[in-house]
Design a protein around this ligand. Structure first.
Ligand code: CDP
Length: 225
């Protein structure tokens, strides 16, 4: 059976990574969380105290860090210079910094190159903001996940609580709105659906329902190829 490239894009906390991980498991594809790569860049910048608006310093940082994504049963493991930073990159302050750093050309160029290298053989699901528009515009199957911002904020709020963090719901909501706005209005690779992406509203769906819906589209697409 043909092993295709599946792109899943959408705003923050729209269910991309959970759905992508489960679908990848079901169809035995590799899952690649591209947001984790931008988060790792942000963590590196924070640790080294880099002003991300200082182009020379940012270039030095990006040229010298080594980011790897390993897929495992539990999901992606993110390595920054061989250190497992999978937990550290989920801290709320890293989310906004990831959004800011991901708007920089020097960062995107290197990350997109890595993503293309990892996905080029097919048999892969990538989730992000620009997978269907920029990274793999010729991906055989593209989804754009949406959900009302209050529902997305509620999901992220529960996720953070489960990790022992205690932000207020309002803080989480504000952070998502800020990030969506920045991601959608930036000049480079803005968050927009590819013209051939299938829009899925995850607002009222269970995770199983979502995965089943994407799986049906996958089967239809595979039968056409
Ligand atoms: O998990 P969540 O939806 O909150 O975010 P994420 O997918 O981990 O992405 C974090 C940030 O990285 C986003 O807000 C985007 O600014 C950026 N990003 C991007 O620019 N391009 C991608 N392909 C993936 C993420």
């Amino acid at each position: 059976m043909k092993r295709i490239i599946i792109a899943i894009d959408g705003p923050a906390a729209s269910g991309k990574s959970t759905t992508a991980k489960l679908l990848a498991h079901k169809i035995r594809y590799l899952y690649l969380d591209t947001g984790a790569m931008y988060r790792a860049c942000a963590l590196a910048a924070k640790r080294q105290n880099i002003d991300i608006d200082d182009d020379a310093a940012l270039k030095r940082l990006i040229d010298n860090i080594h980011i790897q994504i390993q897929d495992s049963e539990q999901g992606n493991i993110t390595l920054l210079d061989s250190e497992d930073v999978s937990q550290a990159i989920r801290e709320p302050d890293i989310s906004l910094l990831a959004s800011a750093i991901s708007a920089k050309a020097i960062v995107r160029t290197k990350m997109v190159e890595l993503q293309r290298e990892m996905g080029k053989m097919g048999g892969v699901i990538l989730d992000g903001r620009d997978i269907g528009t920029v990274v793999f515009p010729r991906a055989e199957l593209k989804f754009f996940l949406i959900a009302p911002v209050e529902i997305r904020a509620q999901r992220r709020f529960l996720e953070l609580q489960a990790k022992g963090l205690s932000p207020s719901f309002e803080e989480v909501l504000k952070e998502l709105e800020e990030r969506d706005k920045a991601d959608s209005t930036r000049a480079l690779a803005p968050l927009i659906p590819a013209s051939d992406a299938i829009e899925i509203d995850t607002g009222q769906q269970s995770i199983e329902g979502q995965v089943a819906e994407l799986y049906r589209h996958y089967q239809t697409r595979i039968a056409e190829l």
